[in-house]
Design a binder for this molecule. Structure first.
Ligand SMILES: C[S@@+](CC[C@H](N)C(=O)[O-])C[C@H]1O[C@@H](n2cnc3c(N)ncnc32)[C@H](O)[C@@H]1O
Length: 343
């Protein structure tokens, strides 16, 4: 998934920093408290670490429940007894005119105040049909909780691939782009099988921090005022499928509960310091780039109050949806600020 601030392309750099700064030994517990797409959690899961993963957004929670918490093969036993293969079934469903079709496709919105084309009519109907079927299977106890989140994660990934956007859901394109015309296909996501402990949460970091402890706390908070709740509102609605009240041209959810203080210049540094202060982790690693709303100097002075500090840096290609802004350079410097916390 093309996600704002995704660390997919710098996983090996994060790993090098962990190896150099932490020098991890055995049975490490790694917490990815701003997990987003879960790629960092997945990487360290593959390395055999115990993982704590969290995100304030429910769609992210569904993804990390699906791909991080699940660590044995999913058998879909009850569906299997009925000779149903979930993927063949979902991909073969006839479309339904549900919330996504009615609010985010041209056909569904043509008589409404705002016309929207986030998906082709056919794909929007298919997303609705799949989402309803997954819910029905869960309500009839035909799938386990693990299978439920896994299927939602697969549906989110598939829906995102056919979304008619430049990359985020802040706006849709006027005409259907070629990837949005293709029929949606729900494919099984790769799972990593390891025998370690996995804890998954859907909380604000400042509520979770007192409840967890471990060795490495990896922080990858939003670094500017681009908000994840509005940029990914449709994924949130597909995951929750809660018929939300929506507003305006883009059809964003009307809710104020998932606003992140890390997106607000006057609040971000205080929020970060509070988290660091309360964290019960020996090592804290913060990913933040040179265009973040908290300055490097401020981060350094906060971290130095709590122990030994070291900073790593690397040039990184800019996130796709930002690169067209002519005034900006096409790379950023990705810093990893590291702290070994005093006892
Ligand atoms: C930079 S992204 C993380 C990207 C992730 N590392 C990846 O590679 O996909 C920041 C994430 O923090 C989440 N977030 C923002 N404020 C939060 C908070 N207060 N508590 C928990 N998660 C939060 C956002 O929903 C978003 O997914």
């Amino acid at each position: 998934m093309n996600y704002i601030g995704s660390k997919y392309s710098i996983l090996s750099y994060i790993d090098e920093v962990v190896e150099d700064f932490v020098k991890p030994k055995k049975d490490i517990t790694f917490c990815d408290i701003f997990a987003g797409t879960g790629v960092v959690s997945k990487y360290f899961k593959e390395k055999g670490y115990n993982i704590i993963a969290n995100d304030i957004q429910y769609f992210s929670y569904a993804i990390i429940k699906g791909i991080i918490e699940n660590s044995t093969e999913l058998k879909f036993e009850k569906l299997d007894k009925k000779h149903i293969d979930p993927f063949i079934c979902l991909n073969g469903l006839a479309g339904k005119k549900g919330f996504i079709y009615k609010n985010y496709s041209l056909g569904g919105t043509k008589k409404k105040e705002f016309q929207r084309q986030y998906f082709s009519d056919e794909n929007a109907r298919k997303i609705d049909a799949c989402r309803m079927k997954i819910e029905k299977w869960k309500n009839k106890s035909l799938i386990t909780d693990s299978e439920y989140y896994y299927l939602i994660a697969c549906l989110l990934e598939a829906a995102d691939k056919v979304a008619n956007t430049a990359s985020v859901y802040e706006a849709f394109l006027k005409d259907l782009k070629s990837s949005a015309i293709k029929p949606i296909r729900i494919e099984p996501l790769e799972l990593v099988f390891k025998n370690k402990k996995y804890e998954i949460y859907n909380k604000d970091s400042k509520e979770l921090i007192d409840e967890i402890k471990g060795d490495i706390l990896y922080l990858d908070p939003p670094y500017n005022n681009r908000k994840y709740d509005t940029n990914y509102h449709i994924l949130e609605t597909i995951a929750l499928y809660d018929n939300p009240k929506i507003k305006g041209k883009t059809g964003t959810r009307i809710e104020d509960t998932k606003k992140s203080n890390y997106c607000v210049k006057s609040k971000a540094a205080k929020e970060l310091e509070d988290l660091i202060k309360r964290a019960k982790f020996k090592y804290i690693l913060l990913s933040y780039n040179d265009e973040g709303i908290i300055s490097i100097e401020e981060i350094e002075s906060i971290m130095k109050k709590y122990g030994n500090y070291k900073r790593y840096s690397k040039k990184h290609r800019r996130f796709k949806s930002d690169s067209t802004k002519k005034s900006k350079k096409n790379y950023t410097i990705e810093y990893i600020h590291c702290l070994e916390k005093n006892k």
